[in-house]
Ligand binder design. Structure first.
Ligand code: FES
Length: 274
């Protein structure tokens, strides 16, 4: 009688493990914090956009990024730097009706945020070695997720909107320094926000591709190589900038809200004679 060699078990998909996962670390903390962080930003942003008040401090020329550019006919005097459309907007339409949806689309299609919300909200998968609840996986190869590839185009839009936020911060700075108000804490808050927004925008993977993609060699392109190197450095911290700028956007908006509603006064760091 000959011994039968053990045969490998037929492949039937995932291993049959009774537990949800054999991981013993706190793998659920990351996805949970992601859900809390993104939900907090969306709820706060929605509440502020619908409030349609306390977005502009005329005395110091502070405009919150959530309302820039202000385009409704009933924007506060002075806040519509680029002029307004001829209509007053209904309560549900953001005053920054052009920029906000595009900015949300840029973040929604961002490579980092995709990973974050696929894991935390959609649980595909929730974490490494943790089974997902879905039966099949189709990736981003067909509708609707194939639309995520539009991120490279939203990058150019985001560049323009970051320029816009920079312009708002520079206007407020010039207004304070030239108008005799000096420099206020609000100026620093707005400037910090735009510096970090630039870090987030320039660290985008699409931006890195713009400077370093489709090239066989950097040999005779030293400037492009230098820029690609700097962007690559920023790119390693893209996730951090993604979270930090959610925080600075909310912080800047909350600061303008508090000053505009006269809940706090804007501390003057120094005054000029104007
Ligand atoms: Fe995140 Fe482009 S990859 S903004």
């Amino acid at each position: 009688m000959t011994a039968t060699a053990p045969q490998p078990a037929p492949h039937t998909g995932r291993a049959r493990i009774s537990k949800r996962s054999l991981r013993t670390d706190h793998w659920w903390i990351g996805p949970t914090l992601t859900v809390l962080g993104l939900t907090a930003f969306l709820v706060y942003g929605l509440a502020r956009v619908l409030q349609q008040d306390h977005y502009w401090v005329a005395e110091y020329h502070y405009l919150t990024p959530f309302y820039s550019p202000c385009l409704s006919a009933d924007c506060a005097p002075g806040s519509a730097v680029f002029g307004t459309l001829p209509w007053e907007f209904p309560w549900f339409l953001p005053y920054a009706v052009v920029s906000l949806p595009l900015l949300l689309a840029f973040r929604f299609t961002c490579y980092y945020y995709r990973k974050a919300y696929y894991r935390s909200f959609w649980q595909a998968p929730t974490a490494c070695a943790v089974p997902e609840p879905h039966r099949s996986y189709t990736g981003e190869a067909r509708l609707p997720l194939i639309l995520q590839n539009s991120h490279r185009y939203f990058f150019y839009v985001a560049l323009a909107i970051t320029l816009l936020n920079t312009y708002d911060a520079a206007l407020a700075l010039g207004y304070g320094l030239g108008g005799g108000h000096g420099l206020g804490l609000g100026n620093l808050v707005m400037l910090t926000n735009v510096v970090l927004l630039w870090c987030y925008t320039l660290s985008c993977h699409s931006c890195r591709h713009v400077f370093g993609g489709r090239l066989r060699s950097f040999g005779n392109r030293p400037i492009r190589y230098w820029m690609w190197t700097q962007i690559s450095r920023l790119n390693t911290r893209h996730m951090e900038f993604a979270w930090i700028t959610l925080g600075t956007l909310m912080l800047t908006d909350a600061y303008v809200l508090l000053v505009a509603s006269e809940t706090i006064a804007d501390p003057r760091l120094f005054a000029t004679s104007g």
